[in-house]
Design a protein around this ligand. Structure first.
Ligand code: URA
Length: 289
């Protein structure tokens, strides 16, 4: 009896340690794997938002997600670095005063996104959490620290990429208490629809070669509402935007959200396969040979 209790305690300790595991390559893969063939489908339940479970209203009313008000076209095809910087700054100002959805009333700070305006790779998450809401910057909490490691593992740095979210304000389960931890939820369909033009304009302005959608919310919003993350990841898709024209074709790949990888370190190897597909296209050797 004592033995089995000790065994159970040991197993539980190992489980907690795995949850705490925030390295990327150590659990993803010791060496680069060949990735010429499409990656296998993700294990269930790897499908939806990788932050805390979606709010009831985000069982997506799919038609709504792609509805948007027409926006003034942004001329992105001839932009130089200064033009891009200016356009992104203007967009960030618009986002900072946005009240198109109720999140505008409860956020501490809008989180437009940041990074290299000429980035080859743009990472898109679902929406700011507690830390991001406080700092006004994307992916600065625990999930962000893992994302930094994923970026480094690819042989890139945060300064070389652009990082943004689908939703620009913190979706909270309890909006009356923004100071509470664990108060995160995925953005719902209305919030995604209201924010959609912002991420679309950011993508069109930066015009990266590759967008990496982090998690099911970003993947569904940018690639296909109808499919699960498991069905979308492991392959490139051509990105089509609703509200702006892209100056040149952009490829998008979906992978697991870093927050999901913190909870399920065994998914890191599939995430690493997805990232290596981008690395292969860009000729990146990665942090490890
Ligand atoms: N999760 C996200 O999707 N985005 C962030 O900026 C932080 C956590």
């Amino acid at each position: 009896m004592a033995d089995s209790v000790r065994e159970l305690a040991g197993a539980f300790k190992r489980f907690l340690a795995a949850q705490e595991e925030d390295e990327f390559l150590t659990t993803a893969a010791p060496v680069r794997a060949a990735v010429s063939t499409p990656a296998p489908a993700a294990p269930a339940p790897s499908t939806t938002g990788e932050l805390p479970p979606m709010a009831a209203d985000s069982t997506l009313d799919i038609s709504f997600v792609h509805q948007h008000e027409p926006t003034a076209p942004t001329e992105t095809s001839t932009m130089n670095k200064a033009d891009k910087t200016r356009a992104l700054a203007e967009l960030a100002q618009t986002i900072a005063s946005c009240t198109r959805c109720p999140l505008g009333a409860t956020r501490l700070n809008a989180v437009p996104g940041e990074g290299n305006v000429n980035a080859d790779v743009m990472f898109v998450g679902e929406g700011p959490g507690f830390d991001e809401d406080r700092q006004g910057r994307p992916f600065v909490g625990r999930a962000g620290q893992l994302l930094d490691k994923m970026i480094l593992a690819m042989g890139l740095t945060r300064e070389k990429v652009f990082i943004a979210n689908i939703a620009k304000c913190h979706p909270m389960t309890d909006p009356l208490h923004p100071e509470k931890h664990g108060n995160d939820r995925a953005p719902n369909a209305q919030e995604i629809a209201c924010c959609r033009k912002y991420i679309e304009q950011q993508i069109a302005i930066v015009c990266p070669k590759y967008v990496v959608a982090l998690g099911g919310v970003a993947a569904k919003a940018l690639i296909s509402d109808a499919k699960s993350l498991g069905a979308l990841r492991g392959q490139f898709h051509t990105l089509h935007l609703d509200s702006v024209e892209l100056p040149k074709p952009v490829q998008i790949i979906a992978t697991f959200h870093p927050a999901a990888l913190l909870r399920n370190p065994n998914w890191k190897k599939d995430a690493w396969i997805d990232l290596q597909m981008v690395m292969d296209k860009l000729g990146l050797k990665g942090a490890r040979k």
